[in-house]
Design a protein around this ligand. Sequence first.
Ligand SMILES: Nc1ncnc2c1ncn2[C@@H]1O[C@H](COP(=O)(O)OP(=O)(O)OP(=O)(O)O)[C@@H](O)[C@H]1O
Length: 257
Amino acid sequence: MTISPIVELEQLGKVYPTRTGDVTALTDVDLRIDDGEFVAIVGPSGCGKTTLLKILAGLEHHTSGVGTLGGRELGSGAADVGMVFQKATLLPWQDVRSNVLLPVSLQRRPSKADRAAADELLEMVGLTDFASKRPHELSGGMQQRAAICRALVHEPSMLLMDEPFGALDAMTRDLLNVEVNRIWRETHKTVVLITHSIPEAVFLAQRVIVMSPRPGRIVDQVEVPFGPERTLELLGTPEFGALCSTIRRHFEKEAAA
Ligand SMILES: Nc1ncnc2c1ncn2[C@@H]1O[C@H](COP(=O)(O)OP(=O)(O)OP(=O)(O)O)[C@@H](O)[C@H]1O
């Protein structure tokens, strides 16, 4: 069986013109992501990770190279993606279900089927009993769960996550990682995750993409050999530690270069 790529980038680059001169955020990025794959991107601060995600989402235009998402050229309109950011950014005056339905509500009046889809997602993340609550009545982790539901409610072909759990405590983060692993297995979505945490990247992804300091380019792509289902016991295994060390050494090498 051949797996088709959902993302193909060739020599992609991005230069931001600024008042004080051009800032090259990305250079010569070659990347292929297969449909249904879970990919994590790690790299030093300012290496262009968010820029890459924004280009995939159609929120920024690349300035060189070519790229396609779902067969469509990048830059040819809004991409069919769902996004989760570090802050849940839920509307405080709407209840959780309405927040989840927001991407649909912006296009049309949500149908019965849309509401059922939202409820199904809320059930998947254990928030059924909180559907009628306001965001401030939820913990930070619960708000991020709701944000994940919102990103998935319009059935996007890809889920893009930018440091989604960076603001959460370590224990909540671990539990949410287990949940994201389950969501990925249940929905079969392609996921691209940006994270500053190498263990988080290794725990969740099938492939970890390592970027260099700015101008960001891909310096390595590390295959993660663990099966699709991951549990927290994995974090304590020597294989897990060894893989994290391999990736960490890249950072040290690049920092010393
Ligand atoms: N709109 C913009 N205008 C000008 N420069 C920008 C803009 N957005 C990002 N940059 C610059 O591009 C580079 C890459 O930024 P980006 O936010 O993509 O990096 P990052 O790897 O996501 O960083 P972090 O890990 O700190 O979030 C940085 O030098 C940043 O200052």
